[in-house]
Design a protein around this ligand. Sequence first.
Ligand code: 3PG
Length: 209
Amino acid sequence: TSDVVVDRLAELRVVPVAVVHEVAHAEPLAQALVAGGLPCVEVTMRTKHAERVLARMAETSSLLVGAGTVVRPEQVDRVVAAGARFVVTPGFSPSVVAVCREAGVPVIPGVATATEIVMALDAGLDVVKFFPAEAAGGLKALSALSDPFASIRFIPTGGVDLQNIDSYLGHRAVLAVGGTWITAPALLAAGDFAAVEQRTREAALRVAS
Ligand code: 3PG
């Protein structure tokens, strides 16, 4: 897929995943990610105010904002209306993928098996989220799954952090990694956006090195 969103994720190489409970956190979080050097985010649709958080973050023009935890087709129009420029799902849903296609929004489905990768191929997709990366076997599983599918690029997410990011980023089939460690729930709960910015900077440095 040659797609501006996918190209940008491939360039940034780390997708911060944010589980945000407070609408008031949207703006300082957006600023911290931009200031730290990773201007993109997957806002998970699993908190009460997730759509409002996404909409608020999408107002930051330099930030590429996507919606995560999209599990039902009826969510797609709502997140796109809120400003999502890409959609991420934890598992492969043919109906979510179809609706994203109709809406013209890039979709990155979650896969953890060869069967799900074949479903992604059937749908004409070549970028998938490998989820839950560590629990599903980590780099060893990713490597084995990638062998038969030379055209597929993965975004491993789930248990990725500074300890293992280098090994994932070093794999040829890895487009980018995702994870919540940068926007850790404890940091958000404490309103510690300086720490979020610091973690963003640390992750961006790993990409650069
Ligand atoms: C997700 O929604 O993608 C996961 O919750 C991210 O997993 P992590 O919290 O282990 O980074």
